[in-house]
Design a protein around this ligand. Structure first.
Ligand SMILES: Cc1cc2nc3c(=O)[nH]c(=O)nc-3n(C[C@H](O)[C@H](O)[C@H](O)COP(=O)(O)OP(=O)(O)OC[C@H]3O[C@@H](n4cnc5c(N)ncnc54)[C@H](O)[C@@H]3O)c2cc1C
Length: 441
């Protein structure tokens, strides 16, 4: 384990710049034994220890206060079981590396979110999700895990061994222990076809149920202050990966880098300084939306680079109420003088069986709200959040929200189950930080 002496470690800061901390010491474990030693030492001193991911959570959920462990040397695939169709990787593996390794093996995850920068442990610990499919979150695709608990014990958990730990720790918020290995269910590498097309607000909402029923994955982006909606559907094709028709390198660069990042970032920066221009920019963006189709291996269809820094709040509301909630949010935006330069993203997920899953026990619609990292989000997020809470919404565990343990408990029927696993695995709260005290008590 490579140490930084006390006080000389770098300060920790998240991707969006919304959270920072100054850990007392930083270590980079190279295996489970190093993690065990770090946890035991912290427990003996009465301190805390936090393994961070890549800091892509918008909250201080991974903020280390005492000993920070870096994930960098816990990376790579360690086991492939083709008969069970599972692949096990070290918990600090970045998702993009895992995707590339799976592609080389002719395998793929079933579903994922829209970037691939996060670590496997970080992404699963907050319930990172995509849209549609038979499982939407990465946590729901975990079939086994290795965890170092608060006294340094190494536990393996899956559906048969330690089932209570398995049910809670697939989405454990970093509160139950330090994950060292994660086993994922995988599927043969296939081809997804993406179809993006502009629609008007009323048409998109009217078509939404048919779109989600008729396509494997559906994503919808509404541009505030306009009627413009971009719909993206992804469908599995009966093709070999070599038969896919991906975007050419130039088109991909123009669309993903120039338009989605460089030009969008420049417009966003102008909009920040002159908010009055934002509705005009959104109308322009709405007019420039064009239809495109391409096919590729799943991870290149699901994910793309996001270089414009932003802040985000996302809630899961019951699927059946989702469109009405979205329409209410639109009315709220129109009643206020906010200038929202980022589209509102709408995704949907099947119910899952994760104890603290935002889709636990219910089919959900996810509504995600963004502002530039430099903009003031408080009034927009605060007022929208009241609508989402009234609709029985559950906040994404890695994104901004104002909820605390006392009101979150009522939103999760299995809250006590998580609390009891936490009391068993970390009675001394070796894995605590301020954020966890706020959201878990
Ligand atoms: C640009 C951008 C796009 C995003 N897109 C999506 C999306 O499409 N869908 C979605 O759902 N979310 C999305 N997110 C949110 C993001 O996926 C989550 O916040 C995720 O948790 C970040 O992973 P990370 O590796 O950065 O972990 P961090 O944010 O660093 O940590 C997250 C949690 O994981 C815990 N943790 C990390 N490593 C371990 C370990 N080894 N053992 C135990 N606990 C651990 C930390 O303690 C913390 O509780 C996005 C975020 C950004 C910034």
């Amino acid at each position: 384990m490579s140490p930084h002496p006390p006080g000389t470690g770098p300060a920790w800061r998240n991707w969006s710049g919304t959270a920072a901390s100054a850990p007392r010491a930083v270590r980079t474990p190279t295996g489970t034994a190093d993690v065990v030693a770090a946890v035991r030492a912290a427990a003996e001193r009465g301190g805390t220890v936090k393994m961070v991911g890549t800091g892509h959570s918008f909250t201080a959920i991974s903020a280390p206060e005492d000993l920070m462990l870096r994930p960098d040397r816990l990376s790579g695939v360690v086991d492939v079981d083709r008969s069970a169709m599972t692949v096990t990787a070290l918990a600090g593996t970045p998702l993009h590396r895992f995707n590339a390794d799976l592609e080389r093996l002719g395998l793929s995850l079933h579903n994922m979110g829209d970037i691939a920068e996060q670590t496997l442990a970080g992404a699963t610990s907050t319930g990172t999700h995509g849209t549609g499919g038979v499982a939407a979150s990465l946590s729901a695709q975990v079939s086994g895990l290795e965890l170092v608990t608060g006294d340094g014990t190494v536990l393996w958990a899956d559906r048969d061994t330690e089932p209570e730990v398995f049910a809670a720790a697939r989405l454990g918020l970093g509160a139950l222990g330090i994950l060292t290995r994660l086993r994922f269910d995988v599927e043969p590498l296939g081809v997804l076809e993406a179809h993006e097309r502009p629609m008007r607000w009323a048409d998109a909402l009217a078509a939404y149920d048919d779109l989600t029923a008729g396509h494997h994955h559906t994503d919808l982006y509404w541009f505030p202050h306009t009627d413009a909606v971009l719909v993206k559907t992804d469908d599995r094709l009966d093709l070999e990966p070599g038969e896919a028709e991906p975007l050419g390198r130039l088109r991909r660069w123009v669309d993903d880098e120039l338009v989605a990042n460089t030009a969008f970032g420049a417009l966003n920066a102008v909009g920040n300084r002159a908010p009055g221009l934002v509705p005009r920019f959104n109308r322009l963006a709405g007019r420039l939306l064009s239809e495109r189709r391409y096919s590729d291996v799943p991870h290149r269809v699901f994910t793309s680079p996001r270089r414009v820094r932003f802040k985000e709040m996302e809630y899961a509301v019951p699927r059946a109420d989702g469109l009405a909630v979205l329409a209410e949010v639109r009315r709220l935006v129109e009643r206020n003088d906010w200038r929202i330069g980022f589209p509102v993203e709408v995704r949907h997920t099947p119910a899952d069986d994760l104890v603290l899953g935002t889709s636990s026990g219910r089919e959900s619609m996810y509504l995600a709200f963004h502002v530039n990292a430099a903009a003031d989000h408080r009034d927009y997020f605060g007022q929208v959040e009241r609508v989402l809470v009234a609709a029985g919404g559950r906040p994404h565990w890695g994104k901004l929200h104002s909820r605390t343990a006392s009101d979150l408990a009522a939103a999760y029927p299995r809250w006590a189950e998580f609390a009891s696993v936490r009391d068993r695995l970390d009675p001394q709260r070796v894995f605590d930080n301020d954020h966890l005290r706020r959201v878990l008590g």
